[in-house]
Design a protein. Structure first.
Length: 174
C-alpha cells in the first residue's frame, strides 16, 4: 500500500499536476471548510454507491480528514480495477500540520458539528425545563433522541438537512 507524506504529495503535484487527480473523499461540507488546493471533492459514500466518474488515465491521490476514509476509498477503487492509487498519509489534518497551503471556501464550522451543538442544546434545555417547570417539556429531548436514532440508522439527518439551508451555510460560492 503506497502512501506519501503531505510534503511529498505537494512536490508531486507541483511536478506532475497534469498527470494527477487529487481526490478528497470527505463530505462536501468538510471540503468547503478547507481543502488541498486543486483537490476534487468526491465523497466516500458516492464512491461506495458508484455515483462517480473518476479518470482512469491519471494517478489518483486520495485523501480524507485523517486517513481512514481514503483507505476505504482505495479498497473500493482497487476492487473496481484502479491500480494507479496513492494515499496521502495522515490526510488533510497532516497537510495542515505541515503548514501547507489550504483553500477555504466557508468560514463556518461544519454542518454536522452545528447539528451536534443544536441537538445537545435542545436536549439540555428540554431536560431542564422538564425538571424545573413541567414534565411535558421532556418531549423535546425525546423527539431529539428519536431523530438522532433515525439519523444513525438511515444516514439521513433532518437537522443537518435544515442547517444546510440556513443563510450562514449558503453564503459561499459553488
Amino acid at each position: 500500500m503506497q502512501k506519501l507524506t503531505p510534503m511529498a504529495v505537494k512536490e508531486k503535484l507541483e511536478r506532475e499536476h497534469d498527470k494527477i487527480c487529487f481526490i478528497d473523499v470527505r463530505t462536501e461540507d468538510e471540503f468547503l471548510s478547507g481543502h488541498v488546493p486543486g483537490a476534487m471533492c468526491v465523497p466516500l459514500d458516492k464512491i461506495e454507491n458508484e455515483q462517480i466518474t473518476i479518470p482512469q488515465d491519471r494517478l489518483l491521490i486520495l485523501s480524507c480528514q485523517s486517513g481512514k476514509r481514503s483507505a476505504r476509498a482505495k479498497e473500493i477503487l482497487n476492487a473496481k480495477g484502479f491500480t494507479n492509487l496513492i494515499e496521502m498519509d495522515g490526510g488533510y489534518l497532516a497537510w495542515m500540520k505541515s503548514g501547507l497551503p489550504v483553500n477555504r471556501v466557508r468560514k463556518t464550522i461544519p454542518v454536522i458539528r452545528q447539528a451536534l451543538v443544536a441537538a445537545g442544546t435542545v436536549v439540555c434545555i428540554g431536560t431542564i425545563l422538564g425538571i424545573l417547570i413541567h414534565p411535558a417539556y421532556l418531549i423535546l429531548p425525546l423527539v431529539m433522541g428519536a431523530g438522532l436514532m433515525f439519523a444513525g440508522i438511515t444516514g439521513k439527518c433532518g437537522l443537518v438537512f435544515l442547517l444546510e439551508r440556513m443563510p450562514w451555510n449558503r453564503n459561499f460560492p459553488g
